[in-house]
Design a protein around this ligand. Structure first.
Ligand SMILES: NC(=O)c1ccc[n+]([C@@H]2O[C@H](COP(=O)([O-])OP(=O)(O)OC[C@H]3O[C@@H](n4cnc5c(N)ncnc54)[C@H](OP(=O)(O)O)[C@@H]3O)[C@@H](O)[C@H]2O)c1
Length: 315
């Protein structure tokens, strides 16, 4: 089968499609014939070598963390899903490899009819991540939540999940994305200098929680929240020096690692996403889709850091 991989650190051009043996579903797993899968910015940084001190990897590194497809193999002990079912879900963090013709999923949910394959292929990682962080922030009804980097893959889903929880959401993005953020239910503002003043104008009573999807501005975000415990980042490896929790799901990063303990994976985020999609309250904005063979171009787009929504590979 085809699998997207890289065998050395370097520019996007080191990403290529290789012919590899198809994997098989082990206990508790399913295999899907992949229809679409997400491009993960974290893997783009791993590929560049920027993360080598924090996330050591073995080559070849098979990319892809989430996917949507048709179930074609079911591992031992798995119930509630059948061959031919259409699902979306996630691979084990240590295995990955969903940017391929077949992928092993360890968490999945039925593909909502309201989503295209492309949307479903890019949904699981964002839904899980956003749910994990909103849970930790205890974001709920009556709260005001600031989402930094709200126009990206995780941010767009986080805005909608926070709105669905009854929160008032302020989202940051470049100005040309402000109408788009409004369409998702957020009150938009720009990031960068003067953010605290702009947020104060939008939320004079203050914000209850801050979800940082961008990194690089934790001092400002802590000042806005008034307490580092009210800030969670998914993108700033310097979080600990600001007293802020860096949420991630990678199991290999234990005590003493640069990025700290992994949080439990919020698998229930997939079920929540299915429910909201069925109610027409959650869409998965797709920034661009590329054929599997053009994964390098997808990495290049991700590196601009200005994709609006999720970048997806289609089979
Ligand atoms: N720890 C975890 O569990 C986990 C899980 C998933 C992702 N991540 C990480 O979280 C980050 C977000 O992921 P993603 O997939 O949402 O990324 P993404 O889709 O590539 O994010 C792109 C967005 O970032 C915005 N942006 C760029 N620079 C910004 C800045 N200085 N301040 C605020 N926003 C800025 C852009 O907004 P404009 O175009 O409007 O400027 C764009 O919409 C990445 O670093 C990713 O690696 C971590």
């Amino acid at each position: 089968m085809r699998s997207v991989q890289f065998a050395e650190y370097g520019p996007a051009t080191v990403v290529h499609v290789a012919e590899v043996a198809a994997p098989h579903a082990g206990p508790g797993e399913i295999r899907v014939a992949v229809r679409a899968s997400g491009v993960a910015p974290g893997e783009v940084r791993i590929r560049s070598g920027a993360m080598r001190a924090v996330v050591p990897v073995e080559f070849p590194f098979r990319t892809g963390f989430d996917a949507a497809g048709v179930v074609d193999e079911i591992g031992g002990g798995v119930t509630g899903v059948g061959i031919g079912d259409e699902v979306f879900g996630m691979a084990a963090t240590a295995i990955r490899g969903t940017n391929a013709d077949f992928a092993i999923l360890t968490a999945w949910a039925p593909k909502p009819a309201a989503w295209t394959w492309t949307e479903a292929g890019g949904a699981a990682g964002s839904a899980e991540t956003a749910t994990r962080v909103l849970d930790r922030l205890a974001a709920g009804s009556g709260h005001t939540v600031l989402i930094q980097g709200a126009a990206g893959a995780v941010g767009t889903v986080a805005v909608q999940l926070a709105v669905a929880r009854g929160a008032t959401v302020i989202g940051t993005a470049s100005e040309h994305n402000h109408d788009f953020l409004r369409s998702l239910g957020a009150e938009p503002t720009t990031y960068g200098a003067g953010l605290a003043e702009r947020v104060r104008a939008l939320a004079p009573a203050g914000v209850d929680a801050v979800f940082d999807c961008a990194g690089g501005s934790l001092p400002d975000l802590v000042a806005i929240a008034g307490d580092p415990a009210r800030v969670v980042t998914i993108a700033d490896v310097g979080a600990a020096s600001h007293g802020v929790h860096l949420s991630h799901g990678a199991p290999s990063d234990g005590e003493g690692s640069a990025v700290g303990h992994a949080d439990p994976v919020a698998v229930h985020g997939l079920t929540i996403a299915v429910t909201l999609a069925g109610e027409g309250r959650l869409r998965v904005p797709v920034a661009a889709e590329f054929p599997l063979a053009e994964a390098a171009a997808a990495h290049e787009l991700s590196e601009t850091r200005h994709a609006r929504g999720k970048i997806v590979l289609v089979n």
